[in-house]
Ligand binder design. Structure first.
Ligand code: ZN
Ligand code: ZN
Length: 332
């Protein structure tokens, strides 16, 4: 072996030996993690002696308790961010009260306002005539409202509206929180994406329907490209834009207030079967919103819905929305 090769091998050996040295890699602690932990965990009160454990194990007690878990156990019905839970409670209240003439109004008192403040129907048997029995599952408060239609006025409904907040106990989380209707329910730019999602899913369910209503569909044609809808499906799209979905081929039901009617009834331009408090009560509102807001970001959101549906992603709740949010942040 020549000298040059020996030197090169020696150098290589030296370098390899250097690489074996262990280095301590320190990862800086995240400030966010420190803050989250500070509020998530709290020192646990030392419990008294556990008589089932031997003396040497008495010291092994949990030092901290998880505040989030404790709150969930204490208030299992406080689902401030669950759209599915909110909509199910509204439908329950709407169904039970559908055939009674109650003094609902659009602004102050209706099933949307009641459920968004954490109340749910107590029992159907205690809800008789114009009396509505409500209960909060968190603080167990009861609230009886007399909704006799003839004696209701706007100011009376406003005072009932205030009671929806004040009748919770002071430590009830619903006393200072409310379901965010603007972001998650009302027809607005913020929640338009949810309506698009609903219509795309409903169109998929009825894609084999051979159905055409003799109604004008000029406005629907303006938004048909958003939903990949052919001309012969425009009247189906019109039904969905008015807030309905099909129960059978002949009967439709409102997605918000649960009112049902025959499909043929929708031929009548003047017909409006929605409850006074329903978000689709102005049947052209959603259509107008979609026509006026066909901007780039809406197009992108719609494209995302189509793509996720192709991937077989049909989940509609929190996980789905978090995934969407993640994708959205990647695009900006
Ligand atoms: Zn309460
Ligand atoms: Zn409705």
């Amino acid at each position: 072996m020549d000298e040059d090769l020996k030197t090169r091998l020696g150098n290589l050996k030296e370098k390899l030996n250097c690489g074996n040295e262990t280095k301590v890699v320190t990862v800086p602690k995240s400030e966010a993690a420190r803050l989250v932990n500070k509020y998530k965990f709290k020192p646990k009160e030392r419990s008294r002696k556990n008589r089932f454990l031997p003396e040497k194990l008495q010291k092994f007690q949990k030092l901290y308790s998880n505040s989030v878990e404790e709150a969930e156990n204490k208030f299992p019905d406080f689902k401030l961010y669950s759209r599915a839970d909110f909509e199910a409670k509204v439908r329950q209240l709407a169904d039970v009260t559908a055939h009674r003439s109650l003094g609902w109004d659009r602004k102050w008192l209706n099933p949307i306002q009641i459920v968004s403040r954490g109340w749910h129907l107590y029992t159907e048997t205690k809800t008789e005539g114009s009396i509505l029995a409500l209960r909060c599952k968190c603080c167990h408060s009861l609230l009886y409202l007399d909704l006799e239609e003839s004696s209701r006025s706007s100011s009376a409904n406003e005072s009932y509206h205030n009671m929806l907040k004040s009748q919770h106990t002071i430590d009830c989380p619903w006393s200072n929180h409310k379901y965010d209707l603007e972001q998650n329910y009302n027809l607005s730019r913020a929640s338009l994406f949810l309506e698009v999602q609903r219509i795309i899913d409903k169109l998929e369910e009825v894609k084999h329907f051979e159905f055409a209503l003799p109604i004008e569909v000029q406005e629907e044609r303006k938004v048909s490209s958003l939903f990949d809808v052919e001309d012969q499906q425009l009247s189906i799209l019109a039904v969905f834009l008015r807030g309905y979905s099909f129960i059978t081929k002949d009967v439709v039901e409102c997605n918000a207030c649960g009112m049902k009617c025959f499909v043929t009834t929708l031929r009548d331009k003047e017909y409006n079967g929605h409850a006074i408090w329903c978000k689709y009560e102005d049947e052209s509102k959603l259509k107008k919103l979609l026509v006026s807001l066909q901007d780039e970001s809406l197009q992108r959101e719609v494209k995302e819905v189509h793509e996720s549906r192709k991937d077989g992603d049909q989940s509609n709740d929190l996980q789905d929305r978090l995934k969407w949010l993640e994708r959205y942040f990647k695009t900006i």
